[in-house]
Ligand binder design. Structure first.
Ligand SMILES: Cc1cc2nc3c(=O)[nH]c(=O)nc-3n(C[C@H](O)[C@H](O)[C@H](O)COP(=O)(O)OP(=O)(O)OC[C@H]3O[C@@H](n4cnc5c(N)ncnc54)[C@H](O)[C@@H]3O)c2cc1C
Length: 488
């Protein structure tokens, strides 16, 4: 184990991409799962607090410690087994997505639902239940996890296989290695739309799903069995520009409609508003003057006829009055990478901008039920204009989920932006939506979770955490304030 006690040696572990800056007395980099078990047992015995750190690409301060020590899983990188026939990979969770994808590619397989940021760890992605640009086609990482090994905050390891331990209504009652576990789930039900706000809970649920997305508060996910898929026969992408926003939104509505009727199965459908394009144009001169753009990805499966599929897209694009001459269609891996990089560059530019102005991330990633999306979109626009603060709005429009980011230049603007963010979250919840569709609550979005769930429901979450972490030592201040833990 590597232990660093001088702050200057582990300063980068005190922040993530939210720009929240934390505090810790030391950093422990464990070299094995056994070492981690010993360490956590010891911490539990001495009631010593710790925060798990993975790729630190999170946007909500989840891995940022406010006290205690940091444990990094960056050296837990073993590949336990790749079963090419069953298309599964069993691995430790300290691998980055880049490393993971390198290995799956060598085996001619892939995880199609790949979260966007390649520097994120597998463990971080599981703990935030990440989804990415292909969420429209494949959903979140949750759908592909068949087994996890968790080290509970008491230091007990537990292997959870999907399909083996279920709650009865809201009650879990099971035995694991001779120890009895009996606890009640919170009374709320996680929204049916894409959501990563608080613990994932519903009646008769699988235990594995409780740990996925639990944001480093219930246990350390040290190993996982992931279901992989064959690579598609081919893939093509499009980056389509629209002079008028209404044209772009009409195109999106048509694609969604076709998908619903099973007549088209795009794997990505992403949106960029005019402000996003203005920001990107500074680096990508090919972006024309226009009001919006749509990025899509279409996988070609063995049953598809590529030419017919491509023609279908070309017709849809032409019929929607897109700026066809300026738009890009990519069917080589090089061209596709260029478009993918373009899509991925926007959140990076936002993070760089905020870092430059030394401002906290001021973004919401609400999702709403499909029939409320247009209303929510117009609400964002109207209120953002009223605020007078620069902003961009982009993201996973296929799932009725956008990343609305204010771009404040000074603390006063951040202060104002926060009021508007609260307004957005209230509106999303009133429409049956969620305050976070994929980035989680972490430390900086706790006020918004209170809009979605009432005090007693948040206390129920805290009670659940305390069941697994009786000494309240792990991932404190994530999802809810640690003070709640002492009051229940
Ligand atoms: C440019 C950019 C684009 C992004 N795009 C997307 C996107 O499209 N979709 C998306 O979902 N996210 C996206 N993100 C956010 C981020 O990449 C994800 O939240 C990611 O899953 C975090 O992984 P990480 O390894 O960096 O975790 P960290 O930030 O290190 O940690 C996140 C949380 O998980 C906990 N944790 C980490 N590992 C473990 C573990 N093994 N066991 C228990 N708890 C653990 C931490 O304590 C913390 O609470 C993006 C980020 C950036 C910077």
């Amino acid at each position: 184990m590597i232990i660093k006690t001088k702050k200057e040696e582990f300063e980068s572990y005190l922040e993530d991409t939210s720009n929240l800056y934390g505090n810790a007395s030391s950093l422990y980099i464990v070299k094995s799962r056994d070492e981690l078990i010993e360490l956590i047992r010891d911490f539990n015995k001495h009631k010593a607090r710790f925060t798990i750190s993975a790729g630190r690409t999170g946007t909500t301060g989840g891995c940022v410690p406010l006290e205690g020590v940091i444990i990094s899983i960056e050296q837990l990188k073993s590949i336990i087994e790749i079963d090419k026939d069953k298309k599964t990979m069993h691995l430790e969770t300290g691998l980055t997505f880049k490393e993971f994808e390198g290995i799956t590619a060598k085996n001619n397989l892939m995880l199609r639902a790949c979260p966007t940021e390649s520097l994120a760890f597998i463990g971080g992605a599981i703990s935030t239940c990440a989804s990415g640009v292909r969420g429209f086609g494949y959903g979140s990482i949750r759908n592909y996890i068949s087994e996890i090994e968790v080290i509970l905050p008491t230091g007990e390891p537990m292997v959870i296989k999907r399909g083996t331990i279920f709650s009865k209504e809201r009650l879990f009652d099971f035995e694991y290695k001779g120890k009895k576990f009996k606890f009640k789930l919170p009374s709320y039900t996680a929204p049916k739309i894409k959501s990563q706000a608080g613990y994932f809970v519903h009646s008769n649920m699988d235990l594995i799903d409780l740990f996925i997305g639990s944001e480093g508060t219930l246990g350390v996910v040290v190993a996982v069995k992931i279901d992989l898929q064959d690579k598609p026969v081919d893939v093509f992408d499009g980056l389509i520009f629209f002079k008028k926003e209404t044209q772009g939104l009409g195109f999106i509505a048509e694609i969604k409609n076709l998908k619903q009727k099973n007549l088209l199965k795009p794997t990505s459908l992403e949106f960029f508003d005019e402000n996003s394009l203005n920001m990107l144009r500074e680096e990508y001169s090919f972006v024309p003057a226009c009001e919006c753009a749509v990025y899509f990805e279409q996988a070609i499966e063995p049953c598809d006829k590529p030419d017919i599929l491509m023609d279908k897209w070309v017709n849809l694009i032409e019929e929607s009055f897109a700026l066809t001459e300026k738009s890009l269609l990519a069917d080589t891996s090089q061209e596709r990478e260029r478009i993918f990089e373009f899509r991925h560059r926007l959140p990076q530019l936002i993070n760089e901008y905020l870092r430059n102005y030394k401002q906290l991330k001021t973004a919401v990633d609400c999702a709403v039920p499909h029939n409320s999306f247009t209303y929510m979109y117009n609400f964002y626009k109207e209120k953002a204009k009223e605020s007078g603060i620069r902003y961009v709005n982009f993201g996973h429009i296929g799932e009725d989920h956008l990343h609305f980011n204010f771009l404040p230049k000074a603390t006063q603007e951040t202060f104002t932006a926060k009021k508007y963010m609260e307004m957005f979250c209230k509106k999303a919840v009133s429409l049956g939506g969620t305050v976070s569709a994929e980035h989680g609550i972490g430390k900086i979005k706790k006020p918004y979770l209170k809009i979605m769930y009432d005090k007693s429901q948040i206390e129920e979450m805290a009670r659940l955490k305390k069941y697994f972490d009786p000494n309240c030592i792990m991932g404190l201040d994530n999802i809810f304030e640690k003070e709640i833990l002492s009051s229940i």
